[in-house]
Design a protein around this ligand. Structure first.
Ligand code: SAH
Length: 224
């Protein structure tokens, strides 16, 4: 099915050329995924005109759909392919989930706000992506039954990494998380689990909504 009227198709192509390709993300499969996923379905009806603009947008409940470039940057940094078994913490609109699902083998996504998860599930069913499983709950606990994951992406910011996510990352796996406080400076950080321990690299200054911690979740110290 084609979800693109010629206007939206044009906007998607332009978004890819000007916001993603022009900023040095050149992986043809990533670019194609951004051309194919109809972003206008993931934004609030009142924001449809802005669906392909270079910014995050409100999706209700105080949350946002991330800026397209930031989503592309995250996915590029994780080096996802069809063998990837991915956990996403913070489904939000489901847009990043859909892009991930185009590129990965399987995607498991957790969202704490049930209304957002259900809305994302509806849109994704409409598009017809079937390699995604949704869970409503606390993503700081990961998804134990599906672990270990080759990739884990957290789409909300926190000063610390939930221990469960480190535990559920496969050896050789990659975890991407915006580290920092809600209002202050945050650094998108790429963590690799190697036989010698965790390797961590700050890759992009970002601004995300906060990751909400449940008192039961343990924090892994990132400062070592
Ligand atoms: N990639 C998403 C970003 C959504 S914003 C998009 O582009 O639409 C981040 C999301 O993380 C919000 O929906 C928020 O509710 C969710 N979130 C925050 N803390 C969480 C937690 N502990 N567990 C699961 N989801 C969480």
């Amino acid at each position: 099915m084609n979800f693109f009227s010629s206007d939206y198709k044009h906007a998607a192509d332009e978004m890819v050329a000007e916001q993603i390709y022009a900023r040095n993300i050149r992986d043809p499969q990533i670019l194609e995924a951004f051309r194919q996923i109809p972003r206008q379905l993931f934004v609030d009806v009142s924001q449809k005109k802005l669906a392909y603009s270079d910014q995050p947008l409100p999706i209700g409940f105080g949350q946002t759909i991330s800026q397209p470039y930031v989503v592309a940057y995250m996915i590029d940094a994780m080096q996802i392919d069809k063998s990837a078994w991915v956990l996403e913490v913070g489904t939000g609109s489901g847009y990043e989930t859909a892009i991930l699902a185009r590129l990965a083998g399987n995607v498991f996504t957790v969202e704490r706000i049930s209304e957002l998860s259900l809305r994302a599930q509806e849109v994704i069913a409409q598009i017809g992506l079937s390699n995604i499983e949704f869970r409503i709950g606390d993503g700081c606990l990961g998804w134990q039954e599906k672990a270990p994951f080759s990739h884990i992406v957290v789409t909300a910011a926190s000063p610390e990494i939930p221990t469960a996510l480190i535990d559920q990352l496969a050896l050789g796996g990659k975890l991407l998380i915006p580290l920092g406080s809600a209002g202050g400076g945050q650094e998108l950080t790429l963590i690799e689990k190697t036989p010698l321990g965790l390797k961590s690299q700050k890759i992009l200054p970002v601004r995300f909504v906060p990751l909400i911690w449940n008192s039961a979740s343990e924090k892994h110290s990132s400062k070592k």
